[in-house]
Design a protein around this ligand. Structure first.
Ligand code: PFF
Length: 447
């Protein structure tokens, strides 16, 4: 297509939008990150804090982002610029986050593809922890798999909103839930699973350190795709006939259900096989191969499960890439083709570095973290909460809750039932909660 002639995309149906937004939210954050964060931060206590933050902050920011997106019909940066120039930088921080998250997301997506291949060849034999460790710390292989994942992401984004993103999400998301439930049933019925269930369900609040609360907040942002303008971008392709309030409830609900199910699929198995719940990022890749080895037709389930993890990951990575592409398409009139492939190329440099930082470059630390962990920490714990905080301040004190409510109500077409609650959350509870956790993390206040 010629420069500047790109027509802005739209979702073909409301169901398609919900699947795409839920597809963005449900991803590696739910299946890979949530179980290991719950594992490292005391199980049940982490889960309780997580749920409270979703309920109060997650819904509030989700609705705010969708309203900004649909109102402006623009990408994250363009949207803020249109409503208030002072906040343009918030959109910029968002697009930057998209780049940085993809830098490590592609790597984990590559691991998932490797595991599919491994299961097709018969599964992981022997010590699954050693297998995982050797693979991710090797040089070329994980980079090549990450490249495959990045190319798959780019191909879908290149196909556009309804023809690529929506179509892929509508098939992949429902299938994911079915498989997740099957794996969960196997995991909770393993001999010895009880200890894992107890760890997961019984909150031990003595384990609730400030670091656990920072991690829970960061995880809510990451998991719900908030704080970087992703829901602004997806909301911008939405018609005025859609009830935003309903969507902002359904999407976090589905996302939370997926995270909780993933915890049930993974943590009981960790205990059943005598692994450490605090094993960290390797948890899913180390324990699930053991679960599959212990079940009839385990290889088939292994293939299916990792294919679905791949689906979940791709419906998220496409949203991350779309945030970046929408910006250059809207603002610089790039064609979708040019935007997709050039930006993917730039992102791949970060991806290769973050993969190598698990192996040959593991001695190269920045603030005590390797590049992979650094990208994860800066985005989930700093940039996304900061983006969310600024969005709340923007709606609460600059654009105005009433203006946002107008967009949600559409001249009375929809009754905004939670308006009073939302108003208080946007102006007071949300900024204070996020602000306090944020200041604590920066070491400015201590709790
Ligand atoms: N929510 C995705 C996950 O849980 O894996 C990750 C993500 C996607 C974060 C899109 C942020 C975003 F804008």
């Amino acid at each position: 297509m010629e420069k500047g002639t790109e027509k802005r995309g739209q979702w073909a149906s409301n169901f398609g939008f919900i699947m795409a937004a839920a597809g963005s939210a449900i991803g590696l954050g739910n299946l890979w990150k949530f179980p290991y964060l719950a594992g490292t931060h005391g199980g049940g206590a982490f889960v309780v804090v997580y749920l409270l933050i979703v309920l109060f902050v997650g819904f509030t920011i989700m609705l705010g982002e969708m309203a900004i997106g649909r109102r402006t019909g623009l990408n994250a940066i363009g949207a803020y610029k249109m409503l208030s120039k002072k906040f343009t930088w918030v959109g910029m921080a968002g697009v930057l986050s998209g780049f940085l998250i993809l830098g490590f997301y592609n790597v984990v997506g590559g691991w998932v593809i490797k595991y599919i291949v491994q299961f097709v060849m018969g599964g992981v034999q022997g010590d699954s922890a050693a297998f995982f460790g050797a693979f991710i710390s090797s040089t070329a292989e994980p980079v090549i798999y990450a490249l495959l994942f990045a190319v798959a992401t780019a191909l879908i984004v290149w196909k556009g909103i309804s023809g690529g993103i929506e179509k892929a999400s509508k098939i992949m998301m429902p299938a994911l839930f079915v498989l997740l439930i099957v794996v969960m049933i196997r995991s909770v019925t393993l001999p010895g699973a009880g200890a894992g269930l107890e760890y997961y369900l019984k909150p031990d609040f003595s384990k609730l350190t400030p670091a656990a609360i920072v991690a829970a907040l960061g995880q809510v942002f990451f998991s719900l795709s908030l704080g970087m303008g992703c829901m602004i971008t997806y909301g911008s392709y939405l018609s005025k006939d859609e009830n935003l309030e309903k969507d902002a409830l359904i999407v976090p609900f589905m996302d939370t259900a997926a995270a909780l199910l993933a915890g049930f699929a993974i943590l009981p198995a960790v205990f059943a096989f005598g692994f450490e719940p605090g094993a960290g990022p390797g948890l899913m890749f180390i324990t699930l191969p053991q679960v599959f080895a212990s079940m009839p037709a385990g290889t088939i389930f292994g293939i299916l499960f990792f294919v679905l993890v791949l689906f979940a990951a791709i419906t998220s990575s496409i949203s991350l890439l779309e945030v970046c592409c929408a910006y250059v398409i809207d603002e610089f009139k790039w064609s979708r083709t040019k935007a997709t492939w050039i930006l993917s190329g730039i992102i791949f440099v970060l991806t290769a570095l973050s993969s190598l930082s698990m192996g040959p470059m593991s001695g190269f630390l920045i603030f005590g973290k390797n590049f992979f962990d650094l990208l994860d920490y800066i985005t989930a714990n700093i940039l996304l909460p900061l983006g969310g905080l600024m969005m709340l301040i923007f709606i609460g004190y600059f654009w105005g809750v009433d203006k946002a409510a107008e967009e949600i109500e559409q001249g009375g077409k929809f009754q905004f039932k939670l308006k009073g609650f939302w108003n208080i959350m946007v102006k007071f509870v949300g900024p204070i909660a996020v602000g306090v956790v944020f200041l604590n993390m920066l070491g400015i206040i201590k709790f």
